[in-house]
Design a protein around this ligand. Structure first.
Ligand SMILES: Nc1ncnc2c1ncn2[C@@H]1O[C@H](COP(=O)(O)OP(=O)(O)O)[C@@H](O)[C@H]1O
Ligand SMILES: [Mg+2]
Length: 323
Protein backbone atom coordinates (compact mmCIF):
# COMPACT_ATOMS: atom_id res chain seq x y z
CA UNK A 1 0.00 0.00 0.00
CA UNK A 2 0.96 3.63 -0.35
CA UNK A 3 0.97 5.89 2.68
CA UNK A 4 1.24 9.60 2.02
CA UNK A 5 2.26 11.60 5.08
CA UNK A 6 2.25 15.40 5.25
CA UNK A 7 3.44 15.60 1.66
CA UNK A 8 4.19 19.04 0.20
CA UNK A 9 6.05 19.67 -3.06
CA UNK A 10 6.96 22.65 -5.22
CA UNK A 11 8.64 23.52 -8.51
CA UNK A 12 11.49 25.99 -8.18
CA UNK A 13 11.12 28.56 -10.96
CA UNK A 14 12.44 32.01 -11.83
CA UNK A 15 9.04 33.43 -10.88
CA UNK A 16 9.06 31.79 -7.47
CA UNK A 17 7.97 28.50 -5.99
CA UNK A 18 5.02 26.84 -7.65
CA UNK A 19 3.45 25.10 -4.67
CA UNK A 20 1.92 22.01 -6.21
CA UNK A 21 1.06 19.57 -3.40
CA UNK A 22 -0.01 20.92 -0.02
CA UNK A 23 0.26 18.80 3.11
CA UNK A 24 -1.45 15.70 1.75
CA UNK A 25 -2.33 12.83 4.06
CA UNK A 26 -4.01 9.73 2.71
CA UNK A 27 -3.61 6.04 1.95
CA UNK A 28 -4.04 3.89 -1.14
CA UNK A 29 -4.82 0.28 -0.26
CA UNK A 30 -3.82 -3.09 -1.69
CA UNK A 31 -6.13 -4.62 -4.27
CA UNK A 32 -8.07 -1.52 -5.26
CA UNK A 33 -8.46 0.81 -8.22
CA UNK A 34 -7.93 4.26 -6.80
CA UNK A 35 -8.85 7.22 -9.00
CA UNK A 36 -7.43 10.73 -8.89
CA UNK A 37 -9.65 13.36 -10.52
CA UNK A 38 -9.43 17.13 -10.89
CA UNK A 39 -9.12 19.89 -13.47
CA UNK A 40 -5.98 20.30 -15.54
CA UNK A 41 -3.18 21.94 -13.56
CA UNK A 42 -4.38 20.83 -10.09
CA UNK A 43 -1.28 18.66 -9.56
CA UNK A 44 -2.31 15.12 -10.54
CA UNK A 45 0.82 14.40 -12.58
CA UNK A 46 3.05 15.94 -9.91
CA UNK A 47 1.48 13.71 -7.26
CA UNK A 48 1.99 10.61 -9.39
CA UNK A 49 5.66 11.49 -9.98
CA UNK A 50 6.12 11.80 -6.24
CA UNK A 51 4.41 8.44 -5.66
CA UNK A 52 6.78 6.87 -8.19
CA UNK A 53 9.67 8.72 -6.58
CA UNK A 54 10.89 10.55 -9.67
CA UNK A 55 11.37 13.87 -7.97
CA UNK A 56 13.82 15.77 -10.16
CA UNK A 57 14.70 19.45 -10.48
CA UNK A 58 12.77 21.75 -10.62
CA UNK A 59 10.39 19.56 -8.58
CA UNK A 60 11.23 19.03 -4.92
CA UNK A 61 9.65 17.57 -1.81
CA UNK A 62 9.34 20.39 0.75
CA UNK A 63 8.10 18.17 3.55
CA UNK A 64 6.64 14.77 4.29
CA UNK A 65 7.05 11.48 2.46
CA UNK A 66 5.50 8.58 0.61
CA UNK A 67 5.87 5.04 1.97
CA UNK A 68 5.41 2.06 -0.34
CA UNK A 69 4.94 -1.15 1.61
CA UNK A 70 3.64 -4.63 0.94
CA UNK A 71 4.71 -8.17 0.26
CA UNK A 72 6.40 -9.55 -2.83
CA UNK A 73 7.19 -13.24 -3.31
CA UNK A 74 6.50 -13.88 0.37
CA UNK A 75 8.85 -11.10 1.54
CA UNK A 76 7.63 -7.95 3.27
CA UNK A 77 9.08 -4.64 2.06
CA UNK A 78 8.76 -0.97 2.93
CA UNK A 79 10.44 1.96 1.15
CA UNK A 80 10.27 5.69 1.78
CA UNK A 81 10.68 8.55 -0.71
CA UNK A 82 14.30 8.69 -1.86
CA UNK A 83 15.06 5.04 -1.07
CA UNK A 84 14.53 3.46 -4.51
CA UNK A 85 15.93 -0.10 -4.54
CA UNK A 86 17.12 -1.62 -7.83
CA UNK A 87 14.10 -3.92 -7.74
CA UNK A 88 11.75 -0.90 -7.95
CA UNK A 89 9.97 -2.24 -11.05
CA UNK A 90 8.96 -5.32 -9.07
CA UNK A 91 7.06 -3.13 -6.69
CA UNK A 92 5.73 -0.20 -8.65
CA UNK A 93 5.45 0.87 -12.28
CA UNK A 94 4.41 4.05 -14.02
CA UNK A 95 2.59 4.75 -17.26
CA UNK A 96 3.33 8.44 -17.75
CA UNK A 97 1.01 10.99 -19.33
CA UNK A 98 1.47 11.02 -23.13
CA UNK A 99 3.17 7.65 -22.65
CA UNK A 100 3.29 7.07 -26.40
CA UNK A 101 6.59 8.92 -26.47
CA UNK A 102 8.28 6.68 -23.87
CA UNK A 103 8.76 3.94 -26.46
CA UNK A 104 12.11 4.37 -28.14
CA UNK A 105 11.22 5.00 -31.82
CA UNK A 106 14.25 3.18 -33.22
CA UNK A 107 14.01 0.06 -31.05
CA UNK A 108 11.91 -2.99 -31.81
CA UNK A 109 9.26 -3.77 -29.17
CA UNK A 110 11.07 -6.97 -28.13
CA UNK A 111 14.15 -5.01 -27.10
CA UNK A 112 12.01 -2.60 -25.12
CA UNK A 113 10.81 -5.63 -23.13
CA UNK A 114 14.30 -7.08 -22.72
CA UNK A 115 15.66 -3.70 -21.59
CA UNK A 116 12.85 -3.23 -19.09
CA UNK A 117 13.72 -6.34 -17.10
CA UNK A 118 16.37 -5.63 -14.50
CA UNK A 119 19.43 -7.88 -14.96
CA UNK A 120 19.09 -9.33 -11.47
CA UNK A 121 15.51 -10.37 -12.31
CA UNK A 122 16.16 -12.46 -15.41
CA UNK A 123 17.12 -15.41 -13.14
CA UNK A 124 19.81 -16.64 -15.50
CA UNK A 125 17.33 -17.03 -18.35
CA UNK A 126 18.54 -16.65 -21.92
CA UNK A 127 17.09 -13.86 -24.05
CA UNK A 128 14.98 -16.47 -25.87
CA UNK A 129 13.54 -17.76 -22.60
CA UNK A 130 12.63 -14.25 -21.47
CA UNK A 131 11.00 -13.57 -24.86
CA UNK A 132 8.99 -16.80 -24.54
CA UNK A 133 7.58 -15.48 -21.26
CA UNK A 134 6.87 -12.11 -22.89
CA UNK A 135 5.04 -13.85 -25.78
CA UNK A 136 2.87 -15.83 -23.38
CA UNK A 137 2.09 -12.66 -21.47
CA UNK A 138 1.13 -10.78 -24.64
CA UNK A 139 -1.19 -13.62 -25.61
CA UNK A 140 -2.88 -13.38 -22.21
CA UNK A 141 -3.50 -9.72 -23.01
CA UNK A 142 -4.89 -10.67 -26.46
CA UNK A 143 -1.90 -9.08 -28.18
CA UNK A 144 -0.23 -10.81 -31.10
CA UNK A 145 3.38 -11.85 -30.37
CA UNK A 146 4.17 -10.53 -33.87
CA UNK A 147 4.28 -7.02 -32.45
CA UNK A 148 7.59 -7.91 -30.75
CA UNK A 149 9.30 -7.52 -34.12
CA UNK A 150 7.61 -4.17 -34.84
CA UNK A 151 8.95 -0.65 -34.35
CA UNK A 152 6.64 1.68 -32.37
CA UNK A 153 5.69 3.75 -35.46
CA UNK A 154 4.27 0.63 -37.11
CA UNK A 155 1.65 0.31 -34.36
CA UNK A 156 -1.55 2.32 -33.90
CA UNK A 157 -1.87 4.68 -30.91
CA UNK A 158 -4.12 2.23 -29.09
CA UNK A 159 -1.73 -0.65 -29.74
CA UNK A 160 1.25 1.36 -28.48
CA UNK A 161 -0.66 2.14 -25.29
CA UNK A 162 -1.39 -1.59 -24.84
CA UNK A 163 2.31 -2.36 -25.28
CA UNK A 164 3.20 0.25 -22.64
CA UNK A 165 0.66 -1.26 -20.25
CA UNK A 166 2.08 -4.72 -20.95
CA UNK A 167 5.58 -3.39 -20.19
CA UNK A 168 4.36 -1.77 -16.97
CA UNK A 169 2.65 -4.93 -15.72
CA UNK A 170 4.96 -7.70 -16.96
CA UNK A 171 6.82 -7.88 -13.63
CA UNK A 172 3.45 -7.93 -11.79
CA UNK A 173 4.30 -4.96 -9.56
CA UNK A 174 2.32 -4.33 -6.38
CA UNK A 175 1.29 -0.90 -7.63
CA UNK A 176 0.66 0.38 -11.18
CA UNK A 177 0.37 4.14 -11.68
CA UNK A 178 -1.37 5.28 -14.87
CA UNK A 179 -1.55 8.98 -15.81
CA UNK A 180 -4.40 9.82 -18.21
CA UNK A 181 -3.94 6.49 -20.04
CA UNK A 182 -6.87 7.05 -22.38
CA UNK A 183 -6.54 10.75 -23.17
CA UNK A 184 -5.74 11.38 -26.85
CA UNK A 185 -7.25 8.05 -27.93
CA UNK A 186 -10.61 7.72 -29.65
CA UNK A 187 -13.60 6.55 -27.64
CA UNK A 188 -13.71 2.94 -28.81
CA UNK A 189 -9.98 2.48 -28.20
CA UNK A 190 -10.32 4.18 -24.79
CA UNK A 191 -12.83 1.59 -23.71
CA UNK A 192 -10.49 -1.25 -24.69
CA UNK A 193 -7.63 0.26 -22.70
CA UNK A 194 -9.79 0.73 -19.60
CA UNK A 195 -11.04 -2.86 -19.84
CA UNK A 196 -7.44 -4.08 -20.13
CA UNK A 197 -6.37 -2.13 -17.04
CA UNK A 198 -9.35 -3.48 -15.07
CA UNK A 199 -8.68 -7.05 -16.21
CA UNK A 200 -5.03 -6.85 -15.15
CA UNK A 201 -5.89 -5.42 -11.73
CA UNK A 202 -8.36 -8.25 -11.17
CA UNK A 203 -5.80 -10.83 -12.26
CA UNK A 204 -2.89 -9.56 -10.14
CA UNK A 205 -5.03 -8.25 -7.24
CA UNK A 206 -2.60 -5.36 -7.04
CA UNK A 207 -3.19 -1.63 -6.76
CA UNK A 208 -4.03 0.50 -9.78
CA UNK A 209 -3.82 4.26 -9.35
CA UNK A 210 -5.67 5.86 -12.24
CA UNK A 211 -5.35 9.58 -12.96
CA UNK A 212 -7.96 11.13 -15.22
CA UNK A 213 -9.59 14.53 -15.57
CA UNK A 214 -12.60 12.64 -16.98
CA UNK A 215 -15.18 11.87 -14.25
CA UNK A 216 -16.81 9.34 -16.60
CA UNK A 217 -13.65 7.22 -16.53
CA UNK A 218 -13.69 7.18 -12.72
CA UNK A 219 -17.35 6.20 -12.67
CA UNK A 220 -16.69 3.22 -14.93
CA UNK A 221 -13.41 2.00 -13.53
CA UNK A 222 -12.41 3.04 -9.99
CA UNK A 223 -13.41 1.61 -6.58
CA UNK A 224 -12.37 4.63 -4.53
CA UNK A 225 -11.39 8.07 -5.64
CA UNK A 226 -10.07 11.43 -4.56
CA UNK A 227 -11.02 14.79 -6.02
CA UNK A 228 -8.09 17.22 -6.21
CA UNK A 229 -8.36 20.97 -6.29
CA UNK A 230 -5.32 23.24 -6.48
CA UNK A 231 -2.83 20.83 -4.92
CA UNK A 232 -5.02 19.19 -2.28
CA UNK A 233 -7.72 16.60 -2.03
CA UNK A 234 -11.08 18.18 -1.26
CA UNK A 235 -12.96 14.89 -1.07
CA UNK A 236 -12.21 11.15 -1.02
CA UNK A 237 -14.32 8.03 -0.66
CA UNK A 238 -15.94 5.11 -2.45
CA UNK A 239 -16.56 6.09 -6.07
CA UNK A 240 -20.25 5.20 -6.00
CA UNK A 241 -20.77 7.32 -2.87
CA UNK A 242 -18.95 10.27 -4.44
CA UNK A 243 -21.27 10.15 -7.45
CA UNK A 244 -24.43 9.44 -5.45
CA UNK A 245 -23.94 11.90 -2.61
CA UNK A 246 -21.10 14.33 -3.32
CA UNK A 247 -20.49 16.41 -0.18
CA UNK A 248 -17.86 19.01 -1.08
CA UNK A 249 -19.21 21.96 -3.14
CA UNK A 250 -16.54 21.39 -5.79
CA UNK A 251 -17.40 17.69 -6.13
CA UNK A 252 -21.07 18.64 -6.36
CA UNK A 253 -20.26 20.92 -9.29
CA UNK A 254 -18.14 18.27 -11.05
CA UNK A 255 -20.80 15.60 -10.64
CA UNK A 256 -23.59 18.05 -11.55
CA UNK A 257 -21.79 18.94 -14.78
CA UNK A 258 -21.92 15.33 -16.03
CA UNK A 259 -24.35 14.52 -18.82
CA UNK A 260 -27.11 12.07 -17.87
CA UNK A 261 -29.29 9.89 -20.05
CA UNK A 262 -32.51 11.72 -20.96
CA UNK A 263 -31.37 15.04 -19.50
CA UNK A 264 -31.45 17.70 -22.22
CA UNK A 265 -30.60 20.71 -20.03
CA UNK A 266 -27.61 22.84 -21.00
CA UNK A 267 -24.59 21.97 -18.85
CA UNK A 268 -22.65 24.95 -17.61
CA UNK A 269 -18.99 24.67 -16.71
CA UNK A 270 -17.76 25.66 -13.28
CA UNK A 271 -17.42 29.45 -13.27
CA UNK A 272 -14.06 31.04 -12.42
CA UNK A 273 -10.56 29.62 -12.55
CA UNK A 274 -8.27 27.85 -10.05
CA UNK A 275 -5.88 30.19 -8.20
CA UNK A 276 -2.28 30.71 -9.30
CA UNK A 277 -0.01 28.31 -7.43
CA UNK A 278 2.82 30.81 -6.97
CA UNK A 279 0.76 33.04 -4.74
CA UNK A 280 -2.33 31.13 -3.63
CA UNK A 281 -4.96 32.92 -1.51
CA UNK A 282 -5.05 32.20 2.24
CA UNK A 283 -7.86 30.01 3.49
CA UNK A 284 -9.70 27.50 1.35
CA UNK A 285 -8.41 27.63 -2.22
CA UNK A 286 -11.86 26.91 -3.55
CA UNK A 287 -13.47 29.81 -1.65
CA UNK A 288 -13.33 32.31 -4.57
CA UNK A 289 -15.49 29.91 -6.65
CA UNK A 290 -17.62 28.50 -3.85
CA UNK A 291 -21.27 29.56 -3.51
CA UNK A 292 -21.21 28.84 0.26
CA UNK A 293 -17.94 30.58 1.17
CA UNK A 294 -17.88 32.52 4.44
CA UNK A 295 -15.29 34.80 6.03
CA UNK A 296 -13.79 31.77 7.81
CA UNK A 297 -13.33 30.00 4.45
CA UNK A 298 -11.35 32.97 3.11
CA UNK A 299 -9.06 33.00 6.15
CA UNK A 300 -8.47 29.47 7.36
CA UNK A 301 -7.50 26.35 5.43
CA UNK A 302 -10.06 23.61 6.19
CA UNK A 303 -8.60 20.31 7.40
CA UNK A 304 -9.04 17.20 5.30
CA UNK A 305 -10.82 14.91 7.74
CA UNK A 306 -13.10 11.90 8.02
CA UNK A 307 -16.67 13.23 7.78
CA UNK A 308 -18.23 9.78 8.00
CA UNK A 309 -16.61 6.33 7.96
CA UNK A 310 -14.40 6.07 4.88
CA UNK A 311 -15.46 9.48 3.60
CA UNK A 312 -13.04 12.39 3.79
CA UNK A 313 -13.50 16.04 2.89
CA UNK A 314 -11.95 19.45 3.49
CA UNK A 315 -14.66 22.06 4.02
CA UNK A 316 -15.60 24.38 6.88
CA UNK A 317 -19.31 23.99 6.20
CA UNK A 318 -19.53 20.27 6.92
CA UNK A 319 -20.12 18.56 10.23
CA UNK A 320 -18.69 15.17 11.10
CA UNK A 321 -21.45 12.60 11.32
CA UNK A 322 -21.06 10.52 14.44
CA UNK A 323 -22.95 7.27 14.37
N1 LIG B 1 8.43 21.68 -14.64
C1 LIG B 1 7.57 22.54 -14.08
N2 LIG B 1 7.99 23.77 -13.67
C2 LIG B 1 7.14 24.66 -13.11
N3 LIG B 1 5.83 24.42 -12.89
C3 LIG B 1 5.35 23.22 -13.27
C4 LIG B 1 6.18 22.21 -13.89
N4 LIG B 1 5.43 21.13 -14.17
C5 LIG B 1 4.18 21.43 -13.75
N5 LIG B 1 4.13 22.68 -13.21
C6 LIG B 1 2.94 23.36 -12.64
O1 LIG B 1 2.46 22.57 -11.55
C7 LIG B 1 1.04 22.58 -11.52
C8 LIG B 1 0.51 21.16 -11.52
O2 LIG B 1 0.82 20.56 -12.75
P1 LIG B 1 0.47 19.02 -13.06
O3 LIG B 1 0.93 18.18 -11.93
O4 LIG B 1 1.01 18.70 -14.40
O5 LIG B 1 -1.14 19.07 -13.09
P2 LIG B 1 -2.20 18.09 -13.78
O6 LIG B 1 -1.52 16.80 -14.07
O7 LIG B 1 -3.30 17.97 -12.77
O8 LIG B 1 -2.67 18.78 -15.02
C9 LIG B 1 0.59 23.41 -12.73
O9 LIG B 1 0.30 24.70 -12.28
C10 LIG B 1 1.79 23.40 -13.63
O10 LIG B 1 1.84 24.57 -14.40
MG1 LIG C 1 -1.31 15.76 -15.82
Amino acid sequence: MLTIEHLSTSYKTMDGNVKTINDMNFEIYDNEIFGIAGESGCGKTTLLKTLYDIVQFPLQIDSGKVILSGEKNGKAFSYESGEIPNTWWNHISYVPQAAQSVLNPITRIKHQFLDSIPKNESKGETEEQVLERVKKYLEELSLSPDILEAFPFQLSGGMRQRVIIALATFMSPNVVLADEPTTALDVVVQRGILMLLMKLQKQFKNTLVLVSHDMGVHYQVTNRMGIMYSGSFVEMGKTEDIFETPIHPYTKMLVGALPRVGDKSQKVGIPGRPPALTNPPPGCRFAPRCPNATELCRQEVPTFREIKPGRFAACHNLKEEVD
